[in-house]
Design a protein around this ligand. Structure first.
Ligand code: SAH
Length: 394
């Protein structure tokens, strides 16, 4: 029987159901398993701990799938886990108003390396670990059976696939190709999503609850939506009653879609769209004496690895400092970090440092996290990545 034996004293994470076995924790591999094969994981003394899928090309050498010795790692396991995830979404009150949501969130849903996002009748799937990629066909078959979509598209996370030794493999994997823009609904608003080429799988589903929180702050406000992507926050601010909305975004394609999303929801008029680097554009706004009542900062992930943490901290501080300078007294700063490595406390500290430098008094009036279709598994704290603060700035 093939088995992975851990080094002495390295069994604790597996016993605590952490789903990753790092290559450095492995003493030896018995038998001749190929990468992608199921393996048992045993402690140094031979005690059975868990079962997972081997990938020696990755630093995460085994992705654990079950802690039940009677459960086989096979197509049935994937089908079972997906059925559970789908059922959980069907019973999430937060999803009542939307046709777009995350159906399965990788380790946090017991499906390591697999993300499934639903956009109306289409599914966008990311296979970002060999564990999931190896079961691609079984996963697609299970999704067809569970959801009956019109089509399924595979979207790559190239960085993650490279770490797993996987080649690019994007495209339609089942059914009809989606139109250039799939229309989705969220709380009575409609958005166009580029499921084949958009960022992530096309839309920032994880910000849904935070969009809901931000909407009422739009009332009577001049709003700046920085890192706007396709304008999801901008549209919300408009519906909340904003008197003007300015978006800043580096991707012209995304911003063109933002304009279209505003227009199709009936919000034309007092909008200004700036294609550019937010750091530069916010500095230019300050130089021009511009002021806003609400500033939303939703930058991309600045901290890609622990080695980037310091640089990322500076990035977050700089952009928050720039935003604070632009706010009217009593204005609202909505500020996010989607870097998993930047914890909630550290992020608050960074915003505080920016407040000190700006000479502004800042009060936290609400805290934000990822939407409930992106659950946080307690045995996998890494699944918590999105944090945000809604602040009153004096
Ligand atoms: N707020 C958006 C999601 C933002 S994701 C929403 O709710 O849909 C981060 C966005 O920042 C991406 O669209 C990316 O293209 C953009 N971006 C990255 N670096 C940037 C920079 N330096 N200046 C402006 N935009 C940037």
């Amino acid at each position: 029987m093939t088995a992975v034996f851990l080094k002495r004293g390295r069994d604790k994470p597996a016993r605590q159901r952490h789903p990753w076995v790092f290559s450095g924790a492995i003493a030896r591999v018995d038998g001749e398993p190929q990468d992608g094969d199921p393996v048992d994981v045993r402690a140094a003394d031979g005690d059975w701990l868990a079962r997972g899928i081997l990938n020696r090309r990755s630093q995460i050498a085994v992705r654990l799938l079950t802690w039940d010795p009677d459960e086989a790692v096979d197509a049935n396991l994937w089908r079972h886990r997906l059925a559970r995830a789908v059922d959980a979404r069907a019973r999430l009150p937060a999803l009542a108003g939307t046709s777009a949501y995350r159906l399965a969130f990788s380790e946090a849903d017991g499906v390591p390396g697999l993300v499934v996002d639903r956009y109306a009748d289409w599914l966008a799937v990311q296979f970002s670990a060999l564990a999931a990629d190896r079961w691609r066909e079984a996963i697609v078959t299970a999704l067809v059976e569970l959801i009956q979509p019109r089509g399924i598209v595979a979207r790559d996370d190239p960085e993650a696939r490279e770490k797993e030794g996987l080649l690019a493999a994007e495209g339609v994997v089942w059914g009809e190709p989606p139109p250039a823009h799939v229309e989705i609904e969220e709380d009575g608003l409609t958005f166009l999503v580029d499921v084949l080429r958009g960022q992530k799988t096309g839309f920032y589903l994880d910000q849904r609850e935070n969009r809901r929180l931000v909407e009422p702050y739009g009332r009577g406000a001049q709003v700046l939506d920085a890192f706007a992507y396709t304008g999801a926050f901008a549209v919300r601010a408009w519906r909340g009653g904003a008197v003007s909305v300015t978006t800043v975004e580096s991707s012209p394609e995304a911003l063109a879609l933002a304009e279209e999303n505003l227009a199709r929801n009936g919000f034309g008029g007092r909008t200004e769209h700036v294609v550019g680097n937010a750091f530069r554009e916010l500095r230019a706004f300050r130089a021009a004496g511009r002021r806003f009542d609400v500033v939303i900062l939703d930058p991309p992930k600045f901290a890609r690895s622990a080695g980037h943490l310091e640089q990322a901290g500076r990035g977050y501080k700089d952009i928050n400092l720039l935003a604070l300078h632009l706010l009217e007294p009593g204005g609202i700063l909505v500020t996010f970090s989607c870097s998993g490595l930047v914890g909630t406390d550290l992020f608050q500290q960074i915003v505080w440092e920016a407040a000190l430098d700006a000479g502004r008094d800042v009060q936290v009036i609400a805290r934000c996290a990822q939407a409930p279709d992106h659950p946080v598994a307690l045995n996998f704290p890494e699944s918590a990545y999105l944090k945000g603060l809604i602040c009153r700035v004096w």
